[in-house]
Design a protein around this ligand. Sequence first.
Ligand SMILES: *Cc1c(COP(=O)(O)O)cnc(C)c1O
Length: 460
Amino acid sequence: MPNSDRRHLPAVHRLVSDPGLSEAVAALPAAIVTSHVRQALADARAAAAGGGSVPDTASLVASVRQALDPLLTVRLRQVINATGIVLNTNLGRAPLPRAAVDALVTAASGYSNLEYDLATGERGSRHDHLAPLITALTGAEAALVVNNNAAAVLLVASAFASGREIIVSRGQLIEIGGSFRLPDVIAMSGARLVEVGTTNKTYASDYVRALTPETGLLMRSHTSNYRIAGFTADVSPAALALIGREHGIPTCEDLGSGQLLDLTGYGLPHEPTVGESLSAGLDLVTFSGDKLLGGPQAGIIAGRRSAIDPLRRHPLLRALRPDKLTLAALASTLTLYLSPDVITTVPTVRMLTLSADVLAETATHLAALLCETVGDRATITVQAATSQAGGGSWPGTELPTTIVAIAPVTLSVTKLAKRLRAGRLPVIGRIQSDQLWLDPRTLMAGDVAALPALVAEALG
Ligand SMILES: *Cc1c(COP(=O)(O)O)cnc(C)c1O
């Protein structure tokens, strides 16, 4: 590029001291800001050399700010979940019980006996702390906690069938949330997947016929985010356990959501509990800590001692082991299950069992507050609707609720939703029938009080 053009580019120090970068200069080390300024100037020079025009100072500053933005904004932010989907994987699944948050803060703030035996003064195991709680709540003989349920399945498959075969029904080759694909996890364990039956029907004889000297594990998985309806046949946990016992092959079930309580008394459909799968005779059951259980992200493996012991000795366990914060929060959440108050103390259980009356009352109250605050900028109504459990539980089940519907007068509803997401405390609702819906089922303490101002700000 001709020299005259190059002269139009500002010097590095002039760009660094531009008021548009003062926030970045105050918050970040000088070397980081300077290197991005140099990069922006180099890009501008290269573009001009290629025949492009020389950018002005404002656009140079803008490009530096854009490059520095990821360092200046907090990425993981609190949001208000007004979707009514209780276990929303995109929104972080289960909000922790108050007691679990306190336990987590305590564990994080100082030292603990994570791997120290206070009785003997010798080395202990992090895997010993939770087993008594899990066995008491599920009826299992032994238990082990890892990072998530995907890790639990990987560990079980590796320990029992690496280099060997795992038999799974074709109707149960699940994909959850786009990245947990049972066939892929099995492949990563070094085991070979042997599919039996058809998509809609699998019989006990299909498993028996597929048995070979190479069979290491018989696995069931809970089809937690879909249902096969119509002409179907599947092999029950008890029937699979029987085949395993008769042929001396370990059996396990990937239960996914991992419900500890039977909530049918609250009008919810039956969902297999961990205790039911274990009492059917399966050797191992794996499930998530942050789905229906309502705790932190974790994978729990419960079952026979003879099946848990090899997992505890497996070298992969070191890579999959949970940290002290997870263990503290999970222990505290599980402790809440020892009391009947669990219905109110564990947020996910409380949200799932909220009565229609309470939901209607909250919706009416929120609607009144919104009417006062937004005036004539939107029409606010309450309507009967349904919410979902989410997180791969009760697929297709609709939980009756009452929602607050916002119909903006001048703004489009997508624009309102976008502005609510961009607010100081992002609000995530549902767009339906050209309205923005707020479902009280998933609101946390304080959300009702915070919402009117946030909605008013978004309406402008
Ligand atoms: C959710 C789910 C998983 C994955 O569990 P993560 O804890 O997210 O790793 C695996 N299997 C089933 C059946 C599930 O529902």
